[in-house]
Design a protein around this ligand. Structure first.
Ligand SMILES: Cc1cc2nc3c(=O)[nH]c(=O)nc-3n(C[C@H](O)[C@H](O)[C@H](O)COP(=O)(O)O)c2cc1C
Length: 183
């Protein structure tokens, strides 16, 4: 099995989940990351919450899940900065076209983009979207910028997409994402 031999022991992975159909696969990714030995905390965008609940990620990660920058309890101690410092790697999966654009241009307008800007941990993005969104020159230019800055890009894979079409845009399989992460 692709990810089974990857050891992520000692790694603290901040998984940022964005609002794409593949958000449900991020729950399996949490399981696979933990199986590989990583500690995982999850942050979600507002759009991600339309696809899967925070309770799912809390259950699979065994950790509280952050869904907003504006959480008075967590932010009394600047929780987002704490979380950004805690991470030894940030993985954005699924990474939407929207969030990729924001990350490429240094936006910090929600919890996920703020965490990504506030951390010095290496960044892995796992794009997932409609193939036309993926092939759009704007998305490709954003990806090129992120790559230039050292971000690791895993996927997307080619194949059937949620809309009944086919092409590049499927989220890489959770096992393939785990296998791609540096030990
Ligand atoms: C049903 C549905 C499915 C969507 N799937 C995707 C997707 O797979 N990838 C993507 O980039 N955007 C997708 N979108 C659009 C995003 O949800 C939208 O751009 C949103 O602003 C993303 O916000 P976020 O990047 O903050 O999570 C979808 C929208 C809807 C309504």
């Amino acid at each position: 099995m692709a990810g089974a031999s990857t050891s992520l022991h000692g790694q603290r992975i901040l998984l940022c989940v964005c609002g794409g159909i593949a958000a449900y696969k991020a729950a399996e990714l949490v399981r696979r990351l933990r199986d590989a030995g990583a500690q995982v905390r999850v942050a979600m965008t507002d759009s991600a919450l339309h696809f899967v609940s925070a309770a799912t990620f809390q259950a699979v990660s065994g950790e509280p899940v952050r869904t907003t920058l504006w959480d008075p309890g967590a932010e009394a101690a600047m929780g987002h900065i704490e979380l950004a410092r805690w991470a030894t790697r940030v993985v954005v999966a699924p990474a939407t076209a929207n969030t990729l654009a924001k990350l490429a241009h240094g936006f910090a307008d929600n919890l996920v983009t703020t965490l990504c800007l506030a951390t010095t941990a290496p960044l892995t993005v796992c794009p997932a979207m409609n193939h036309r969104m993926w092939l759009h020159p704007a998305t490709q230019a954003n990806l090129a910028l992120l790559r230039e800055r050292g971000a690791q890009v895993v996927g997307p894979e080619d194949g059937p997409l949620a809309e009944g079409e086919s092409g590049p845009g499927r989220l890489a399989e959770p096992t393939a994402i785990v296998a791609a992460l540096p030990a």
